[in-house]
Design a protein around this ligand. Structure first.
Ligand code: NAD
Length: 496
């Protein structure tokens, strides 16, 4: 597709891939079952997608296993693997308009985000791991003089990836890019709310030259297809991104099947701490608003708890509300829109229930709180701010996954830290201060996989991404991500 100015017109030209992609072929579910793929932009059905279950997962695992054992990908010289992956990245970039449009229609996020953030991020991920793979060396252990100890990395074999709907293709790419670079075969189970981009990108993988069976996409529901992948006896590793509740199930599936390696990127309830000495409160307020309203708050690292020093609470909250008001939901297909729809009606209702809960538990609704754009047929919620929240309230403890900010005050850094760490999650924390000592001390004391100082949006693909506590374990991004998709082999060679 050429650069699209009129996204609505372009959407009528789309050809939705709706079958599973197994062994480089599009196939129906063995049962013939399908489910409606509904666009949250306007509530209309886009297509019927194959509703796969255990039989289809088994078929994909067999294809992935055969591809792996053939060595067609795993044993390919790394320079050749790199070339194929670079071509794959180029094809994703060439189809960026089409993929961005699919993502927006399927998931409801603004086209400016999918075209400007998600899809370039997917191509960037594939490119980064392609470039990395021929620069990673194996090791030789310190010798005892009588032999040679080789420590080599080997791909695991068949990797399952079960991913969520908030950044559908990007979260899949964070798994498939390092897994493929390391030489594995992969089976992706996209979220039932957003399967379209993974299904489309599969044929680009084949076009780039990935051998049959190396890249498979099996759409379906969590309890059927997701569980079958988690329990399959011939899957070596399962990489999951999604809720903490479902993450725990994958540990159980592994324990009850073949002890496959599990890595979990789960939920968050990130604190955004605004100290009294913050240098630029305008910047901090704009990022506080972006940090919770971007992607309609459907972000695992969303800065959902605003911890603000009591002396600046009132003026700071006014500024956050001012920026928040510029992020009213609009038509996701309009280039100017900054906030789109919630992913589906369920998620909208879930968020509205949390807003009711906040009110009933005594928090003060300072802004928003309602569904808007009902006439569109979609599921839009306005930017919402609660003031006078205490950290034991439900809206401060549970992951809402919507555009809802909970404001809590503190008196000193010790109290801020205590509140910040008082959660089951530990994905990200942000601190705003002009004092380097405060910044350093708090960064060390915060129990989170990522700490940002003076931003809510730090880090890129060069930095490990993942959680402490019940936000999971294992890291996406950076060279550390490759560790999840390899195992170490020690080979000792006696020299005589
Ligand atoms: P979810 O846990 O409901 O679903 C995630 C995936 O798991 C989907 O593919 C779903 O089909 C599958 N699934 C659901 N039930 C299952 C079951 N019983 N067995 C097997 N698979 C099952 O999460 P979601 O609602 O799609 O996404 C939102 C969640 O994802 C939030 O909690 C968010 O914080 C988290 N998330 C985390 C990160 C991160 O990197 N830490 C990134 C994005 C999203």
């Amino acid at each position: 597709m050429a650069v699209a100015e009129n996204w609505k017109e372009k959407s009528s030209e789309l050809d939705y891939r709706h079958q599973a992609f197994i062994n480089n072929d599009y196939v129906d579910a063995a049962s013939g079952a399908t489910f409606d793929c509904v666009s949250p932009v306007d509530g209309q059905v886009l297509t019927q997608v194959a509703s796969c279950d255990a039989e289809d997962i088994d078929r994909a695992v067999r294809a992935a296993r055969a591809a792996f054992e053939s060595g067609a990908w795993a044993d390919l010289a790394v320079a050749k693997r790199k070339r194929v992956l670079l071509k794959f990245a180029d094809l994703i970039s060439d189809h960026a308009d089409e993929l961005a449009l699919l993502e927006t229609l399927d998931m409801g996020k603004p086209i400016s985000s999918s075209r400007g953030g998600d899809i370039p991020g997917v191509a960037g991920s594939v490119r980064w791991f392609a470039e990395a793979i021929d620069k990673i060396y194996d090791e030789i252990g310190p010798s005892d003089g009588k032999g040679l100890g080789l420590i080599t990395r080997e791909p695991l074999g068949v990797v399952g990836a079960v991913v969520p709907w908030n950044f559908p293709l990007l979260m899949a790419a964070w798994k498939f890019a390092p897994a493929l670079a390391a030489g594995n075969s992969i089976i992706i189970k996209p979220a039932e709310q957003s399967p379209l981009t993974a299904l489309r990108v599969a044929e680009l993988a084949a076009e780039a030259g990935l051998p049959a069976g190396v890249f498979n996409v099996v759409p379906g529901f969590g309890e059927t297809a997701g569980q079958a992948l988690g329990r399959h006896m011939d899957v070596n590793a399962l990489a999951f991104t999604g809720s903490t509740e479902v993450g725990k199930l994958f540990l159980k599936y592994s324990g009850e099947s073949n002890m496959k390696m599990v890595s979990l990127e789960c939920g968050g309830k990130s604190p955004n701490i605004i100290m009294e000495d913050t240098e630029d409160l305008d910047v901090a307020a704009r990022e506080a608003a972006m940090g919770i309203f971007y992607n309609s708050g459907q972000v695992c690292v969303a800065a959902s708890r605003l911890l603000v020093h009591e002396n600046i609470r009132e003026s700071f909250l006014e500024k956050v509300a001012e920026f928040g008001a510029t992020m009213e939901p609009g038509d996701p297909l309009d280039n100017a829109t900054q906030q789109g729809s919630m992913v589906d009606e369920n998620q909208m209702n879930r968020v509205l229930q949390y807003i009711d809960k906040g009110k009933s538990e005594g928090a003060k609704l300072a802004m928003g709180g309602s569904q808007v754009r009902q006439n569109s047929g979609g599921y839009y919620i306005e930017p919402t701010i609660f003031d006078q929240v205490s950290n034991d309230m439900t809206i401060a403890q549970e992951e809402i996954f919507g555009p809802v900010l909970s404001t809590i005050t503190f008196k000193d850094p010790e109290e801020a830290l205590k509140i910040a760490n008082d959660t089951i999650y530990g994905l990200r924390a942000n601190v705003w201060t002009s004092n380097v000592n405060t910044a350093h001390k708090m960064a060390k004391a915060l129990k989170a996989g990522t700490v940002n100082i003076n931003t809510t949006d730090g880090g890129d693909i060069t930095m490990p991404f993942g959680g402490f506590k019940q936000s999971g374990f294992g890291r996406d991004n950076s060279l550390h991500a490759i560790d999840k998709y390899c195992q170490l082999k020690s080979t000792y060679i006696r020299i005589t």
